[in-house]
Design a protein around this ligand. Structure first.
Ligand code: SF4
Ligand code: SF4
Length: 233
């Protein structure tokens, strides 16, 4: 899932300068699970902005809506009536959702209410850990199911480095060494032999280093006839 956290309210207020009518938009998917942009957070932020407006006499109109998934045009398109009449959208979706909103409502300014951080998973209630760096060329089969890109501070493909001490990373004694975790995982599954096999250099063009990526699933691409049939419906 995508992990994000809400910007401090003073920073959101700063972004609202010059705006009078705003729609706070949340998402019920990843950002709801990481307690950053679900229905509850939308409601709390909206109320905070109304209080700010009352205190400062801003005269803001603050409305709210939470979408099923803000990264899909179909869901974002469903809020068209709600968007109407607002001069700003405060997105409590991840950076992807915010961009889909801007694409669909190009005449309204979309402001990011969240800072999108990484692809990770909840470790326990309220604690989220980055798990995947989206490198586009997965090597988990060689590393005991633990990502060397996201979980080693240097993204080493052949670790550990000399800074690994007592299972911790040299950057911080509270940060586990990703390669120590890889070693123990390989040990548990009886594949320590893989520690001896060098992982060859990755094709980083498949990562962010190669520019914006696009995945095309040929079997799912609509023919021009199918597109026009859908448009006609
Ligand atoms: S190796 Fe790449 S694709 Fe696999 S988990 Fe790590 S960053 Fe993600
Ligand atoms: S100590 Fe471990 S996690 Fe930290 S940079 Fe070295 S190999 Fe990577």
């Amino acid at each position: 899932m995508i992990i994000a956290e809400q910007k401090p309210i003073p920073r959101i207020v700063e972004m609202l300068e010059g705006h009078k009518s705003m729609l706070v938009v949340g998402c019920r998917s990843c950002v709801a699970i990481c307690l950053a942009g679900g229905e509850k957070e939308v409601s709390i932020l909206s109320e905070a902005l109304r209080i700010e407006s009352d205190l400062k006499g801003n005269g803001w109109q603050v409305d709210e809506v939470t979408l099923e998934r803000a990264c899909e045009k179909e869901w974002v398109g469903e809020m068209r009536e709600k968007v109407s009449g607002h001069d700003a959208i405060i997105s409590l979706a991840c950076g992807v959702g915010a961009q889909v909103m801007q694409e669909l409502y190009p005449d309204v300014r979309v402001l990011p209410g969240l800072d999108t951080s990484n692809m990770g998973a909840p470790e326990e209630q309220g604690i989220y850990l980055e798990k995947c760096g989206g490198c586009g060329d997965c090597v988990l089969h060689l590393t005991g199911g633990i990502c060397p890109i996201a979980r080693c501070s240097k993204s080493l493909l052949n670790g550990p480095c000399g800074g690994s001490q007592n299972g911790k990373c040299e950057i911080d004694p509270d940060v586990p060494c990703g390669w120590d975790q890889i070693y123990h995982s390989l040990e548990r599954i009886g594949r320590l032999d893989l520690m001896e096999v060098p992982i060859p250099p990755k094709d980083w063009r498949r990562s962010r280093s190669g520019g914006p990526r696009k995945i095309v699933r040929k079997e799912a691409v609509l023919t021009p006839e199918e597109k026009s049939a859908r448009g006609a419906r």
